[in-house]
Design a protein. Sequence first.
Length: 379
Amino acid sequence: MRLALDLARKAWGTTHPNPMVGVVIAEAGRIVAEGFHAKDGGPHAEKAALSALGRPPGPGATLYSTLEPCSTRGRTGACTEAIISAGLKRVVVGATDPNPQHSGRGLEMLRRAGIEVVSGILERECSDLNLIFNHWIATGTALLAGKSAATIDGRIACRSGDSQWITGEEARAAVHRWRRLFPAIAAGAGTVAKDNPRLTSRVAGEPEWCPVRFVFDGLLRTAAERTLPRVYTDEFRERTVVVTTSRCGDGYVRKLRDLGVRSWVFESPNQRVPFADFRKRCAEEGIHGVFFEGGADLLSRMIAGRQLDYYLVFRGPVLLADDRAKPMLGGLRTDRLKDAFRLSEVRHEILGDDTLTRGRMVYPAVIQADERAGLEAKV
């Protein structure tokens, strides 16, 4: 199953809207075929492995799959039918299908066909592999994930603004790997103006990859600058979308459109983009996951509005011990630990001298109205 997981990861970020799936076929304890789902519209992992085998499986052969085989025909036919037709007698599965309408159905079909089925092997790892797909299937909305790089005492920059680099090369390489997973990357206007990022994935040994790039700028301040940010002028500018409000001014929208930059303009009573409307637009555009690179104000507002679904925090072994250094998050008043924001399904990784903690956001039962108003006024 660990080998099947490694195979699935070969398609890291290339299968949307489908999940990543890896399959191994073994006979008498020896691996005889491998397969993985490479891209949307291509063969599913089970069929890829059976095709690689090139013959009927031998007696006692076992198929290992990171995800429950699909039980509906779709565009490529049901994988359960292919497994049954191949004559396999044993199937081992990691995670079950997250779709409530299908969950367990494929396993039951295999059992009815006389196939021994073992499920739940490395289930947590197999489910974690498809965070974006699982969220989309469960909610019908894009997974909005945030990322912060902070010191041990939770600061993302010195009071002077200096922030390069809190984490080391291994952690920064991991960030680019996570960028490659998501169909879109987002940043706030302040981050774009200050850091002038490319918002692309640059993984060693692979060509630079540009997802959809969202710039959250309710007043289009970034378009008013004499020197425009590189996301508006580089070779990937047609992949850039400015997320703004009806208060931004039509002239700036036209200016960006003439450069090839798109704009999503939302009605809003203030300069802040309504995240519920942004989620809806992402669903309409088929964007199933957005990786928010900050800044702190944008992520804080998302958390206050309970709009951040997943959070990744990279920490470097650095202490600033300065009350005026830039905090990772802020704006809320939490008097009791039971009212704190928490992460669930937590995963930890060591990246050289740095660490990564990530998990799903769990929100307290109630956020007081005056606390929410205070945060919105600040950000």
